[in-house]
Write a protein that binds this ligand. Structure first.
Ligand SMILES: NC(=O)C1=CN([C@@H]2O[C@H](COP(=O)(O)OP(=O)(O)OC[C@H]3O[C@@H](n4cnc5c(N)ncnc54)[C@H](OP(=O)(O)O)[C@@H]3O)[C@@H](O)[C@H]2O)C=CC1
Ligand SMILES: O=C(O)C1=N[C@H](C(=O)O)C[C@H](O)C1
Length: 241
């Protein structure tokens, strides 16, 4: 487990410990020696660290021939392409990178992608605990990209918006033409709303993680599946089919 002393790392270690078919062989955090994982014979590394260190971790694991499950945020298309290049030199290694391991969150993203072509307007509002380092969240960025792709395939025009005098930030971040708003407040864990609008109606798709336990079934599923899935898998959608 990389990031073993973090909020997610602590939960993953507990979940792996509680699973009869899995064994936790190494817990690595900031300042620890990465070779602890290979020396301990890890078959799968799970990474919940930070966007600035995750690429080095991934590169090292792939080089060592260790399968990896990544929950850390910050994956752009360019980063994914670099991972594919590393994997092309290690054809037996599997990597699963998921913006969100919550089953409800995965469904929320799928439902949003399905609804996108029917609505001229869309806004994504993500809400997280205030100790989160990045904004917008990986989930919101991924959702916006899925929506943008569905809108492009349907030939939709940009969402109507007459705003002229904008205070910087008031309309959120623009991710592929979709506005994304990030809220940070004590008491929150991880929440997202996708608001669609068209003539005379709106549709709101909302998901709430109230507890980090919500991510564990998805993480354990990926840990069990990744050795059988060489190459790069983005999201856990394919693992749920
Ligand atoms: N995909 C998903 O379903 C989910 C993804 N996430 C993502 O997971 C990531 C972690 O979130 P969270 O657990 O809340 O964050 P935390 O900050 O609580 O945990 C990150 C941990 O990684 C440690 N760390 C930093 N650098 C290294 C390194 N080089 N090697 C090993 N460990 C290191 C940190 O140590 P230190 O504090 O000393 O820097 C910290 O203990 C975030 O990117 C978050 O967005 C979170 C929840 C669900
Ligand atoms: O930092 C978090 O907490 C979370 N990060 C992920 C993200 O950036 O989307 C997943 C979930 O939202 C929790």
């Amino acid at each position: 487990m990389l990031g073993a002393r973090g909020r997610m790392g602590i939960e993953v270690c507990k979940a792996v410990d509680a699973a009869d078919d899995l064994e936790l062989v190494a817990m690595v955090d900031q300042g620890d020696w990465l070779f602890n994982a290979s020396d301990a014979g890890a078959e799968v590394v799970v990474d919940f660290t930070t966007p600035d260190v995750v690429m080095d971790n991934l590169h090292w694991c792939i080089d060592q021939g260790i399968n990896v499950v990544v929950g850390t945020s910050g994956f752009t298309e360019q980063r994914l392409e670099r991972v594919r290049t590393w994997l092309s030199h290690k054809p037996g290694v599997g990597v699963v990178i998921a913006p969100n391991f919550g089953i409800g969150a995965v469904l929320m993203m799928q439902f949003a992608a399905r609804a996108a072509r029917f609505f001229e307007s869309v806004e994504v509002i993500e809400q997280h605990h205030p100790r989160k380092l990045d904004a917008p969240s990986g989930t919101a960025t991924h959702t916006a990209r899925l929506i943008a792709q569905a809108r492009a395939e349907a030939g939709l025009a940009p969402a109507p918006d007459a705003t002229k005098d904008e205070v910087p930030g008031a309309r959120g971040a623009d991710i592929d033409g979709v506005r994304v708003h990030s809220v940070r407040a004590a008491g929150l864990v991880a929440h997202q709303e996708v608001l669609f609008g068209t003539t005379g109606e709106t549709l709101t798709i909302r998901h709430d993680s109230f507890d980090r336990g919500s991510f564990m079934p998805g993480v354990l599923l990926a840990v069990r599946e990744v050795p059988q899935r060489p190459g790069l898998t983005v999201g856990i959608d394919a693992l749920l089919d």
